[in-house]
Ligand binder design. Structure first.
Ligand code: NAD
Ligand code: TYD
Length: 352
């Protein structure tokens, strides 16, 4: 991992991953972060590393073939880590088409450029043959497997059965990645992780939204009965797992990544209220999300036994630290929720 393209590196998990790589991996020569800066992309997440000479930010769309092609020509990547996506289930219900083009067509655009550059310039010192081929890692989600009942867990062989436009677009992208491996022999991996939490998560997602609302004495909207279960993974454990798969994963394989932390939504919301010393009267039950998956749970046996990764965080430690982080970064939350940062980017980069 020396010449790395990260897509979506201004988002929640991507920005944590950029920090992680520059901190943990000494052999990085160049890390290019390609991000369109949608509503979910925030360069403020990266201010601490923006002057690092190994780092380069490019504002652009993964669906822009020419741009992507030029980046591959210019930087000769040996590793691609693809985070960029429309990621919020509720938004996918309102605007499915955007999810299909970004998540499926965007993935195929990257794969195509990676394939072309993996094959050419055999004599070039940065060629794929010289370095053993560009490794492409697709960051996917456990939501592609659909919903579980009260028992059982998702393994890598669980059939894909997505229920939302978001998860359907991610499942489709996974199949395209698989096809590039099967058809062209491209060295790919797919990782499917459970719900992440930690610093820099956009406050439309459950945990930062509830912390933000509770801190401001606003209502906490619980969908349905609040008994839906998610399997929570601290984002820094996720970053370490991705790096492990890039370095040690068997080519063509899927790896599930989970933190063994199944919690009902209402349980988490009560915990946040109690940590913040706020009353449970802030909880407001609202209409359920259509097609709401009841339960997700990841069986992480494959990555733990085959690659030796395991989560470091207990949920209790992770959530306590996360609540403190958001309390200490109220200004970060405030700038996002006030829309100030969107206006700033419009001024800096225009609307495009
Ligand atoms: P996010 O919404 O916080 O960030 C997405 C980033 O992608 C943003 O910076 C955005 O500007 C960028 N982006 C969107 N469309 C783009 C485009 N067309 N071109 C270039 N950049 C674009 O998402 P996240 O929570 O960090 O998720 C990252 C990845 O992990 C996604 O692929 C998501 O499906 C997957 N994932 C997330 C979770 C989770 O709990 N957050 C769980 C499982 C899988
Ligand atoms: P979310 O963070 O949107 O992640 P995902 O839908 O990808 O799992 O939601 C996590 C869970 O919290 C999910 O069951 C929906 C629920 N939820 C609420 O009850 N209220 C909310 O306001 C939000 C955003 C989510």
């Amino acid at each position: 991992m020396k010449r790395v393209l990260v897509t979506g590196g201004a988002g929640f998990i991507g920005s944590n991953f950029v920090h992680y790589l520059l901190r943990e991996k000494n052999d990085i020569e160049i890390l290019v972060n390609l991000d369109a800066l949608t509503y979910a992309g925030n360069l403020e997440n990266l201010t601490a590393i923006e002057t690092d000479e190994r780092y380069c930010f490019v504002k652009g769309d993964i669906r822009d073939k020419e741009l992507v092609e030029n980046l591959f020509s210019e930087y000769c990547f040996d590793t691609v880590v693809h985070f960029a996506a429309e990621s919020h289930v509720d938004r996918s219900i309102e605007e499915p088409e955007l999810f299909l083009t970004t998540n499926i067509v965007g993935t195929q655009t990257l794969l195509e450029a990676a394939k072309r550059h993996w094959k050419i310039h055999p004599e070039d010192k940065y060629s794929r043959e010289y370095r053993g081929g560009v490794k492409y890692l697709q960051v996917s989600t456990d939501e592609v497997y659909g919903a579980l009942g009260a028992t059982g867990m998702f393994t890598e062989t669980t059939p894909l059965s997505p229920n939302s436009p978001y998860s359907a677009s991610k499942a489709s992208a996974d199949l395209v990645v698989r096809a590039y491996h099967e058809t062209y022999g491209m060295p790919v991996n797919i990782t499917r992780c459970s719900n992440n939490y930690g610093p820099y998560q956009f406050p439309e997602k459950l945990i930062p939204l509830m912390i933000h609302n509770a801190s401001n004495d606003k209502a906490l909207p619980i969908y349905g009965d609040g008994m839906q279960i998610r399997d929570w993974l601290h984002v820094s454990d996720h970053c370490a797992a991705i790096a492990t798969v890039i370095e040690k994963g068997r080519v063509g394989e899927v790896y599930n990544i989970g933190g063994n932390n199944e919690k009902a939504n209402i349980e988490i919301v009560r915990l946040i209220l109690s940590e913040l010393g706020k009353p449970e009267s802030l909880i407001t039950y609202v209409k359920d999300r259509p097609g709401h998956d009841r339960r997700y749970a990841i069986d992480n046996t494959k990555i733990t036994t085959e690659l030796g990764w395991k989560p470091q965080y207990t949920f209790e430690q992770g959530i306590a630290e996360t609540i403190v982080w958001y309390q200490e970064h109220q200004d970060w939350l405030e700038r996002i929720t006030s829309g100030a940062y969107v206006n700033y980017y419009k001024k800096m980069y225009g609307d495009g």
